[in-house]
Design a protein around this ligand. Structure first.
Ligand SMILES: *Cc1c(COP(=O)(O)O)cnc(C)c1O
Length: 401
């Protein structure tokens, strides 16, 4: 990749996504599950750029949304309503109403109170709400505590006994139609064993309903597949799929997958320039034009991102790679061995395609940076850099005369 040329054209910092790589990942995952009916619902909170969603919609991807805004994004990108599911622990009444009006495939319900509200909204609209209940199977996903979601101590889903009670009500309810069951136990899982364990627990629940003559159609196994940030081994897709399928013997269910990170993380780079290199005491710092408002994962989860200076050579020494924000937590890497740099040198932060731009902010009144897509060898702009005027556009000014 000729970063210098891209810098001359778009300035730094920018995000660059390799769409062809995303297509490959999508194909590989789809292929791993081809033995059964399955559908991928991309979890767009990982990266919700409209061009990216359009590209995935053309591959026949579905979309897993966690706000009505995301549902609207998926529809705008051309997704059919029956390719959209709506998850999340805190949907508002207005969001539930719109989801019903949009006729999406189903809503993943996360509490008894939500189901009650949904039932009343459905009744008011004279519609039957297709639902799936998010079961919290109480398995340890063995990931960062901020992104583990499948333990009883987490806020997500309902425990097994509650789920049974809710389904028994829902199967009889006039305005509810249970169509699936859902779990999602955490993110960045490099070991898929816990997903298989969860699948086994939830499959047992489906068998109990089947024994009562109550059928479900969708087995939604969430997302959470981990990716390699620090040269870790990524989960084997075939083993992941086989482990799920082996839990479903005797059940005729469509498997729904909700991958986010897996599809996009490795395909994205955050490309920055060095502003200054400096040494305090004996500590070396590289200050970049990008900062934690552009990529917050290192600050938020102590996440590791590989950092490269593609055009610099020579002796390497430990260095903190930081942004210019007034927070000591504003860093991309600490004590990383890197060559010497000069102002203007290009720095690439790797594996930044997931939860990068999507979690970015305007902190310190910094405009959000532009996003570029690489597809078929050509690079194009898919979101322009924000301007100062964009930043203040919604604020009401008090003008004195
Ligand atoms: C965040 C989320 C996902 C995607 O998680 P990844 O780790 O990015 O694959 C899938 N389903 C639900 C319900 C989520 O909240």
């Amino acid at each position: 990749m000729d970063y210098q040329k891209l810098k001359a054209r778009f300035q730094t910092p920018f995000y660059l996504y390799d769409f062809d790589r995303i297509k490959e990942r999508f194909g590989a995952l789809k292929n791993a599950f081809k033995a059964r009916k399955s559908q991928i619902f991309y979890a767009l909170k990982a990266n919700s750029n409209l061009s990216l969603l359009q590209m995935l919609a053309r591959l026949d991807s579905g979309f897993d949304c966690v706000s009505i805004g995301e549902v609207k994004r998926a529809l705008r990108a051309g997704a059919r309503p029956y390719k959209i599911i709506f998850s999340g622990v805190g949907k508002s009444e207005e969001e539930l109403e719109l989801a019903l009006k949009f006729e999406i495939l189903y809503i993943n319900v996360e509490s008894e109170a939500e189901m009650q509200l949904l039932e009343s909204v459905a009744k008011r609209l004279g519609k039957r709400a297709r639902i799936s209940i998010r079961v919290n199977p109480n398995v340890d996903a063995k990931t960062h505590p901020y992104i583990a979601t499948g333990l009883e101590e987490n806020k997500f889903g309902v425990e097994l006994e509650t789920a049974k009670k809710m389904y028994l009500h829902a199967f009889r309810a006039e305005f509810l139609e249970p169509v699936g069951v859902h779990f999602h136990i955490g993110s960045q899982l490099l070991d898929t064993g816990p997903i298989h364990e969860a699948a086994g627990i939830v499959a047992q629940l489906v068998r109990e309903f089947n024994a009562l003559g109550l059928g479900l159609k969708f087995f939604d196994i969430g997302g959470g597949l981990g990716v390699s940030y620090e040269r870790e081994a990524e989960p084997d897709l075939y083993a992941y799929a086989q482990g799920v399928l082996s839990q479903l013997s005797g059940l005729d269910l469509t498997i729904n997958l909700e991958p986010g990170r897996f599809l996009v993380a490795g395909a994205g780079e955050l490309v920055c320039s060095v502003l200054y290199e400096k040494t305090n005491k004996n500590k070396r710092f590289m200050v970049l034009d990008g900062a934690m408002n552009d990529l917050i994962r290192p600050s938020l989860y102590a996440a590791y991102h590989e950092v490269l200076l593609p055009y610099n050579e020579g002796e390497e020494s430990p260095c903190d790679v930081v942004g210019g924000i007034c927070e000591s937590g504003d860093f991309f890497a600490r004590d990383r061995r890197l060559p010497k740099s000069q102002s203007g040198d290009i720095v690439v932060v790797k594996n930044a395609g997931a939860y990068g731009f999507a979690m970015s902010s305007n902190y310190n009144t910094r405009p959000r940076i532009c996003e570029l897509a690489l597809e078929g060898g050509a690079v194009r702009l898919i979101r322009r850099r924000e301007s100062f005027e964009d930043l203040i556009a919604l604020e009401v000014e008090f003008l004195s005369d």
